[in-house]
Design a binder for this molecule. Structure first.
Ligand SMILES: C[S@@+](CC[C@H](N)C(=O)[O-])C[C@H]1O[C@@H](n2cnc3c(N)ncnc32)[C@H](O)[C@@H]1O
Ligand SMILES: [Zn+2]
Length: 491
């Protein structure tokens, strides 16, 4: 594939011209763009975004051609909001097997820039075609099956939400949709009303907000696809720098569209201990059957009791729904990593991409959405943070999976019940306080354990309450004398 990439790029080898007088040239990947000297429109922070997109598009084109046995050069790409055309030029020059790239922008001045940059790279407008249109109108006009694109890339300023409905109909069966959203403030719960208006789901604040932001964008994309009888397969979704970026493959599948019920969940977050708990909207009763979880007979029920935290008795806020499965396909990400090591050494941000992809892949090993956050938990318990590795090891020792999050090094992402992680911290606090308190905490934990038969699959009310009784309140510096004690209700 390395050779193929090189050959395709060399075949297209641009005979680029020197920049016109008064213009400065800038190179990224194999593309060169010119801009009036002194005028800054280039955002170097987006190099990672474009490199990751080149890498993922190469992978998807190869996958699609293998699946379809399609002849070479049948894969068309639309960049809906192309600005300078840099990304479109990079796709043409760095991704083998593309037929055409349409570099569209609604702004006539941007399209003049795109046209200039296409010529500057010695690329034919038939290969990278400048287009001036509203992206929504353009995508809607490519809705017919024979007019769809192999890939659509949306990289707006702010939210891409208004583009999603048209985009999901403009991508061919099995094709790729890549979406950037830079409205992280809204996606992280700073304006819940705006977030709900855009994404059809309520963002929330919290240590997990960045991960939730990625999940909200996938949720909204999958919702748009489902309205058109299509399903999405997430290749990867990540929060990078100041934006969310997701890559999904779209398929014509009414069954897949309905399957969304099993991958969507409400999020309950306690205002006292900040523990997030998800409540799936649906589950499989039997293969090929979707059922609502609200029927207790089907084995999954809402977290009890409504409105109160099962751990500390705090008030629970609700948000979402979010998309719940892991944020990447670990096999695809493994292949992307292999490509990075072997074929994609041309990508300037390869080291950073490798670090990101490694984290995403490890994160995907634990299927639980969102996470507990060590620093936040320690703040609740008013204790110094134990080493994160020790907490993770303790969780693992109980037989549960635990991973980091690409969004936060303090994350404890685990399939263990939150109660267990709290108990581990409570024991840590107690150990710091001395043997008598430790014994008290241990017996509280043992009692909680006995009540649920050792391995806890539900949430117990014991741990945070245990923290407060084990350590409060005589010593003002004691852990547990603060928020947790205030929030704790009798078990
Ligand atoms: C962030 S820039 C795109 C950067 C580009 N994707 C890249 O990687 O270099 C956003 C662009 O979207 C364009 N735009 C805004 N609304 C649009 C719409 N409705 N249709 C098409 N383009 C639009 C703006 O003119 C602007 O050039
Ligand atoms: Zn709580």
């Amino acid at each position: 594939a390395a050779a193929a990439a090189a050959t395709a790029a060399d075949a297209a080898a641009p005979a680029s011209t020197p920049p016109p007088p008064g213009y400065t040239e800038l190179t990224e990947g194999r593309a060169k763009v010119v801009f009036p000297t002194g005028q800054v429109f280039y955002n170097p922070a987006q190099v990672v975004n474009r490199d990751l997109s080149v890498l993922t598009l190469r992978h998807t084109v190869a996958a699609l051609r293998a699946e379809r046995g399609a002849p070479a050069e049948t894969y068309s790409v639309l960049e809906g909001l192309a600005a300078s055309g840099l990304r479109s030029l990079r796709y043409h020059l760095e991704v083998p097997g593309l037929s055409t790239v349409t570099a569209n922008d609604v702004d006539a001045a941007a399209v003049a820039t795109i046209t200039r940059n296409v010529a500057h790279n010695g690329v034919s407008p038939a290969a990278v075609t400048p287009s001036c249109a509203d992206a929504v109108a353009l995508m809607a006009s490519h809705r017919a099956a024979d007019r769809r694109f192999g890939a659509v890339d949306l990289d707006p300023y702010g939210s891409a939400a208004f583009l999603l409905d048209a985009a999901v109909t403009a991508v061919a069966d099995g094709g790729l949709l890549a979406v950037t959203c830079t409205d992280l403030g809204v996606l992280c719960g700073n304006q819940v009303d705006a977030g709900y208006a855009r994404y059809g789901a309520s963002p929330m604040r919290g240590a997990f907000a960045h991960e939730m932001a990625v999940r909200l964008v996938v949720f909204a994309t999958a919702a748009a696809a489902a309205r058109h009888g299509r399903s999405v397969t997430l290749l990867l979704g990540a929060k990078i720098d100041f934006y969310v970026r997701i890559f999904v493959r779209l398929r014509d599948s009414k069954a897949g569209a309905k399957e969304r019920l099993t991958t969507s969940a409400l999020v309950h977050v306690c205002s006292g201990c900040h523990t997030p708990v998800t409540q799936p909207l649906g589950a499989r009763k039997a293969p090929n059957k979707l059922t609502l979880v609200s029927a207790p007979a089907w084995g999954v029920s809402p977290p009890p009791p409504a409105g109160t935290c099962g751990l500390c008795g705090g008030r629970v806020a609700v948000g979402g729904p979010i998309y719940t499965p892991p944020l990447c396909d670990p096999t695809v990400v493994g292949e992307l990593r292999t490509a990075l090591g072997a074929d994609a050494t041309d990508l300037a941000s390869a080291d950073r991409l490798e670090a990101l992809l490694a984290l995403l892949q490890a994160e995907a090993a634990v299927a639980t959405p969102l996470f507990l956050h060590l620093a936040t938990m320690c703040k609740v318990l008013r204790c110094n943070a134990p080493p994160a590795a020790a907490v993770r090891a303790a969780v693992r020792a109980h037989g549960f999976g635990v991973a980091l999050s690409h969004t936060d090094p303090q994350a404890v992402k685990t399939d263990a019940p939150p109660a267990l992680v709290w108990e581990i911290l409570v024991l840590w606090v107690a150990r710091c306080k001395g043997d008598a308190v430790l014994a008290a905490a241990r017996s509280a934990v043992a009692a909680a354990d006995a009540a649920v038969g050792g391995r806890r699959d539900g949430v117990t009310a014991a741990p945070v309450a245990a923290a407060s009784t084990a350590t409060a309140p005589a010593d003002a510096t004691a852990a547990g004398g603060g928020d947790a004690a205030a929030a704790a209700a009798p078990a």
